[in-house]
Design a protein around this ligand. Structure first.
Ligand code: AMP
Length: 397
């Protein structure tokens, strides 16, 4: 089955065409600056040259049409006919409490996703635009919604409630939801497979450390806690997001800086994290190279980042009452050996020992702990698109 996986942002659209039987990526690409001047599409069919075109994309319907045109282009496409696309899988950021698993899309599901818009005002409307654009152009193709929040819906109440008046949960559903669920699910399952153990027998901590970053605690195949909250702003220090902070800081800084709450939230989402702390970059390669030259702010930023990751691992070890495996994934988790080493240095009390040779790998599935380590530590590259394609194919079959 050929599955088109779509990840629609407010001004971007990422896609992959995946053969769900061979799990091969047939083509992938990205539309950028949709609705803004200078829009571009880059497309690559496997085994062919990558093409990049600057082309007007006033809205997502035009972008989706360009994606479909690229997939069927005689020269650089992979399909003879759009009818070869058997299903479309959409990444949807927020499924609220309604969706604890992926689902086929119908009018009722679209309405339910819409009802979650105020929980993810930047993401869900954009995701819905992707659904509507495909529907407009290919009304017959079955579509599935795969939610970032779904995997975390197994969290117990004690983990997802905030210490605020309960009526806010009842009236507005203010609670922890968690994100990156597709990645946490994929990586925790893969961890069990790599270790040759039953997923249902393991306590696993997944560290998804990318530009956005979150940690989850997975017990017997179910998520029991995760670091992101009502929105992706909570938890770890991230590329540009602050992560955890005293909520009183918001009002304090608004007054000092004469900003509205909306403006300050923009600072916390887009100008904070390692970018804001270092004043250098949100990219760990830049921070690593500055730190190696002795730049104090880069060094302190990295220390604060790794310290927070280690604190969460400690907290989740308590939540799980022990841990069998810790998996690192996403851009920083997969590629940054110094970072993994720095985090694991805090974990000697768990009997963790890292093999420096194995830890020097990048982006490959590897057990990086020594055979005698008290806890297995792994690098497991995430693959959210493949996970979405799998879920979509399973629903459509
Ligand atoms: P992601 O959001 O998963 O795509 O991760 C993106 C982030 O991964 C980038 O902003 C970098 O900070 C980090 N990253 C990617 N490659 C490397 C690398 N080779 N070394 C260190 N960090 C990396």
């Amino acid at each position: 089955m050929k599955v088109l996986v779509i990840n629609c942002g407010s001004s971007s659209l990422k896609y992959q065409l995946i053969d769900s039987e061979s799990e091969e990526v047939l083509a992938k690409g990205l539309c950028e600056r949709i609705g803004i001047s200078g829009s571009m599409i880059s497309h690559q069919s496997t085994g062919k040259d990558k093409i990049t075109k600057e082309i007007d994309m006033p809205d997502h319907v035009v972008a989706v049409q360009l994606v479909l045109d690229s997939l069927t282009d005689k020269e650089y496409g992979v399909l003879q006919d759009l009818k070869e696309i058997d299903a479309v899988g959409h990444r949807i950021v927020h499924g609220g409490e309604r969706f604890s698993e992926a689902t086929l899309i119908d009018d009722d599901v679209i309405k339910a996703i819409e009802e979650c818009n105020d929980l993810a005002p930047l993401h869900n409307p954009a995701n819905l635009t992707g659904i509507r654009s495909i529907r407009q152009i290919m009304p017959e193709v079955p579509m599935a919604a795969v939610f970032d929040t779904a995997f975390h819906q197994t969290m117990p109440k004690k983990a997802y409630l905030y210490g605020i008046p309960y009526e806010y949960y009842e009236k507005y559903k203010v609670r922890r939801y968690g994100f990156h669920g597709t990645s946490h699910s994929y990586v925790s399952k893969r961890t069990a497979e790599i270790l040759g153990k039953d997923y249902k027998d393991l306590k696993i901590i997944v560290c998804h450390l990318g530009n956005g970053a979150s940690i989850s605690a997975v017990k017997n195949g179910k998520c029991v806690d995760t670091s992101m909250g009502l929105t992706p702003l909570e938890g770890l220090i991230m590329g540009t997001r602050s992560g955890d902070l005293d909520p009183a800081i918001l009002n304090f800084l608004c007054q000092k800086e004469d900003m509205t709450i909306g403006e300050m939230l923009n600072v916390l989402n887009k100008k904070s994290g390692v970018l804001g702390l270092s004043g250098i970059s949100s990219d760990f390669r830049d921070l690593g190279s500055e730190a190696s030259k002795g730049n104090e702010r880069a060094i302190t930023t990295l220390e604060a980042y790794y310290y927070r990751v280690a604190k969460y691992i400690g907290a989740y070890t308590a939540a799980l009452n022990g841990v069998d495996a810790i998996a690192f994934t996403a851009g920083v988790g997969e590629n940054n050996a110094d970072g993994r080493k720095a985090v694991c240095e805090y974990l000697g009390y768990l009997g963790i020992e890292i093999d420096p040779d194995k830890n020097s790998i990048r982006g490959e599935e590897t057990v990086i702990s020594t055979p005698s380590s008290g806890v297995k530590v792994l690098v497991v590259p995430t693959n959210e698109e493949l996970a979405i394609a799998r879920e979509t194919a399973a629903l459509v079959k």
